[in-house]
Design a protein around this ligand. Structure first.
Ligand SMILES: [Zn+2]
Length: 121
């Protein structure tokens, strides 16, 4: 079990195991957030917070909700919000209490294909 939280601690995250690899994506939102995403099945992730402590933004083709702490603004994870979601979610590995220097980074060219946002880049 690996745990972590946003900066202020209002949003707690626990994942089954440390990521073997994290993803750096250059799509329009990931590059701005500077996230390093680790992918898990939702059943492997526990996100704990008080009611109202989590904010999210959803746009484009409304596939994914990008969730952040409503207090400190740290991007914590994304969720597939389609009616029939894939068995996958993304956790911002920068929130986890691990040594990210030891985890390989996979660079994904999300800017070159319209994955989820549907917006112009
Ligand atoms: Zn916070």
């Amino acid at each position: 079990m690996i745990t972590g939280s946003c900066h202020c601690g209002a949003v707690q995250i626990a994942v089954a195991e440390a990521p073997a690899v994290v993803t750096s994506c250059n799509c329009s939102i990931c590059r701005r957030l500077g996230t390093l995403c680790a992918y898990y099945r939702p059943a492997e992730v526990t996100v704990t917070h008080a009611p109202g402590a989590l904010a999210s933004n959803i746009w484009g083709d409304r596939c994914i909700a990008f969730c952040r702490c409503a207090t400190c603004g740290c991007f914590t994870h994304w969720e597939d919000i389609r009616p029939e979601p894939a068995d996958r979610m993304g956790v911002n590995a920068r929130m986890l209490d691990i040594d990210l220097a030891t985890v390989p980074v996979k660079f994904v060219d999300g800017a070159s294909f319209p994955v989820s946002t549907g917006e112009k880049r």
